[in-house]
Write a protein that binds this ligand. Sequence first.
Ligand SMILES: *Cc1c(COP(=O)(O)O)cnc(C)c1O
Length: 344
Amino acid sequence: MEIIDLRSDTVTKPSREMREAMFTAEVGDDVYGEDPTVNRLQEKVAEILGKEAALFVPSGVMANQLAIKTQTQPGDEVIVESDSHIFNFETAGAAFLSNVQLCPVEGNNGILNAEQVAQAIRSKVYYNPKTSLICLENTHNKAGGTIYPLEEIQKIYDLAQNKNLALHLDGARLWNASVATGIAPIEYARFFDTVSVCFSKGLGAPIGSALTGTREKIESARKYRKIFGGGMRQVGILAAGALFALDHNIERLKEDHDKAKWLAKELSNLPGMNLDLNSVQTNIIIFHMSGRSESAEEIISQLKAKGVLISEMGISTLRAVTHLDVSMEQIQKASATIKSLLGN
Ligand SMILES: *Cc1c(COP(=O)(O)O)cnc(C)c1O
């Protein structure tokens, strides 16, 4: 049976061409700073995002956790959106690694506005926690790949400047936001002290993320990366995959967005379906099922038996993600399968 895997854009496998680029990569010991392919990737990512420096890391979680570690002191507080990846899917890493407290603020479709952030900033009374960092997520994963309006980012930036707070962007899918809006990554990145990006989501590389920022912050992150066990040796093999992804797989993200919009529209009229088409702005479809006898978990296992994989994001919340390893034909098949299961 053909399996159509829409659980995540992380399930993609490196293409033959990407594997060839990895196979032929020039390598060296990156703990000594001697891997030419890693150095090339870091320079390129820093340039794309308009930052002084970039650090290649094994995962998006490590990139975010390094941003928190380098921009807080133990006991500080970090403002995050309540559905954010940092708050929900990083295993309480901020508490564990940086000894900070997260202050979750509920946004609108994952998007915070400047007033909401302003209200969450603590006054400087000695018994309050000290707010030191604000983290935004663009696109927002759990809200369905939603995009931050640039004007709102600018307002939050002005606020952060005014209050002397650091601003971090979890840009795991910043590429998707950029392709969907036509706004270059650098235009988003300029408002942030640090930006993390992933190569292993929609871009299709097997492994890897980067953290970018000032040279000073990235040097500090390099030390903590080593402490966190992320100092890697001949890792140019992986950096070559990421470089290939940057060169070949950004523009095509538009296809993933078109497929997601098509699929969302097809599914939106099913009985009990609660799917906000306005929230489908990139490659993620989040939907809620109400008034059905099956739980999200049961729907997932019934679809799995028919060869369509989607993921659970809550008791009645499901997620389907499009990516470079699913064709339009497969999306049509998945749509037919879901409709036949949930159509009555
Ligand atoms: C996937 C993801 C990350 C990082 O995940 P890793 O699996 O550690 O690479 C961070 N933020 C967001 C929004 C993500 O979707």
